[in-house]
Design a binder for this molecule. Structure first.
Ligand SMILES: Cc1ncc(COP(=O)(O)O)c(C=O)c1O
Length: 477
């Protein structure tokens, strides 16, 4: 509940669920973090505030005591309680509201990052589950290795070496519940080592940045251009005070703009990471889907001790599986084992062993090939159809992945396009949200929409694309 607090001349809006001392402390803490309560501000006496809020005085006393202990407030006997000077900037807090907002059912789903889940290989998955159960021992059903079942780690090491050129041995593979969990655990490990921030490409996927922020780290941006991450800009950041401990890079297919990291930049990045001791986190979220040629191999192979390789089944099979993998530098194996153990002990063993069977049988490769053919056709259709109504596609964006960015051109406001699309119940995302400062940050950003062409089932793809083309032609004419 939002309340206005007006005693002692102080007028403050607090988001507070009345009746809980904890809630009041949270609300005041947030107001201090947001800067709505500046350092030195005198707070009302506990008696005055309790009367103002119509709560017991003890509720206010407990909230003040808690915030004083945490360093947000300063109080001395006989003197008014004041807002303390925060000794260091606090990391941006995760939003108080549910994050992300609860899902919306779009009639036409063109949201990026989603595969066509109607293509999920259910028959092969079922057969793989049968084989997994038949071969499973009683010991397999007990608590297992936090980094994953040895059977799956071995299959993954083999697959990643073969398909993505990753330098992988089973002992360095860690199985996680999606890249989101993997990234959060890595951020926690780095934070425990004293890290304060992680660098991300700017633009990048906001949800990934939010995971890092939720783990208590700051996020800093590094610009990208048609050759991918600007390594010179990263070098400048690393030379400054508060150098980030790690950088997350989508080397094979920059998210969302679509460039691939240029070979010179790959070499420069590895050199820079080595010289500065910076960890590189390679988010290879859709590396299996390159349409025009063989995908470029993983950056990780150039420096397995500096680069964490991260892959996921969210694009190849289904996000609902929550299955991902890391290949870790030696030094991170034990800390990550501990972090995963305390997060959830380990991934479910039946799904791990089923996935191992799917990999071993060759059905996973077969499934990826089938999806690749479909998605390639869909991407071509998106580009042709939307070019015809005036959208532009950056030539630096390679033919790959599950999404493409349509640039809207001068004078076509992104919010208007998104609003028109929403009225037609078309789910697409704006490019603006991908920049660190949002669409209205300090630098001018091109307006665009991020289109996930893999998301709809085959029968809905054509109508969804036509609906989007109508929206664009109406806005752009
Ligand atoms: C850039 C990027 N990285 C990683 C992921 C994978 O996330 P997860 O494995 O948690 O589903 C996504 C999914 O949307 C993504 O778009």
């Amino acid at each position: 509940m939002a309340i206005e607090w007006t005693s002692s001349g102080l007028d403050l809006h607090l988001d507070w669920a009345r009746g809980t001392g904890q809630g009041l402390a949270d609300a005041i803490r947030q107001a201090v973090r947001d800067g709505r309560l500046a350092a030195g501000t005198r707070l009302p006496s506990t008696r005055a505030l309790a009367a103002d809020l119509d709560v017991a005085r003890g509720t206010v006393t407990r909230a003040y005591a808690e915030l004083t202990a945490e360093g947000y407030l300063r109080s001395r006997q006989g003197a008014p309680t004041v807002v303390a000077e925060l000794s260091q900037p606090l990391p941006e807090t995760p939003p108080q509201r549910p994050w992300p907002p609860m899902g919306h059912e779009w009639r036409w789903n063109l949201l990026p990052g989603r595969p066509d889940t109607t293509l999920f290989p259910s028959t092969n998955w079922l057969a793989a589950t049968r084989r997994a159960l038949a071969g499973m021992t009683a010991a397999d059903l007990n608590y297992g290795n936090a980094l994953g079942h040895a059977g799956l780690r071995a299959e993954l090491a083999d697959y990643l070496g073969r398909v993505r050129g990753v330098a992988a041995v089973p002992d360095r593979v860690a199985v996680c519940s999606g890249y989101s969990q993997a990234l959060g655990l890595l951020a926690g490990v780095l934070r425990a080592e004293g890290a304060r921030s992680i660098a991300f490409e700017d633009p990048s996927l906001p949800e990934c940045r939010q995971v890092v922020i939720a783990a208590g780290l700051d996020v800093v941006g590094v610009p990208v251009d048609e050759r991918g991450l600007r390594v010179d800009a990263l070098a400048a950041l690393l030379a400054g005070p508060d150098a980030p401990a790690a950088v997350v890079v989508t080397a094979a297919h920059q998210y969302p703009l679509g460039a691939t990291l240029h070979p010179h930049r790959r070499a420069e990045l590895v050199e820079l990471a080595r010289a500065t001791g910076t960890l590189v986190i390679e988010d290879d979220y859709d590396g299996e889907f390159r349409f025009d040629r063989q995908p470029v191999g993983a950056l990780q192979a150039m420096a397995p001790d500096l680069v964490v390789y991260a892959g996921t089944a969210s694009k190849t099979l289904a996000p609902g599986l929550r299955l991902s993998w890391l290949v870790l530098p030696e030094r991170l194996i034990e800390p990550m084992r501990t972090a995963k153990f305390f997060a959830d002990r380990h991934n479910g063993v039946i799904e791990q062993l089923t996935f191992a069977q799917l990999l071993r049988s060759g059905h996973y490769d077969q499934h990826v090939r089938r999806c690749r053919t479909r998605y390639r056709r869909r991407r071509d259709r998106v580009v042709d159809t939307l070019t015809a109504v005036g959208a532009r596609f950056d030539p630096a964006g390679i033919a790959a992945g599950l999404h493409v960015v349509a640039l809207l051109g001068d004078g076509v406001p992104e919010p208007a396009v998104l609003a028109r699309a929403a009225r037609r119940s078309i789910g697409v995302e704006g490019l603006g949200r991908c920049w660190l400062g949002g669409a209205d940050g300090d630098r001018p950003h091109p307006a665009g929409i991020v289109i996930g062409y893999a998301a709809p089932p085959e029968h809905a793809f054509g109508p969804a694309l036509r609906a989007l083309a109508d929206v664009l032609s109406e806005e752009m004419s």
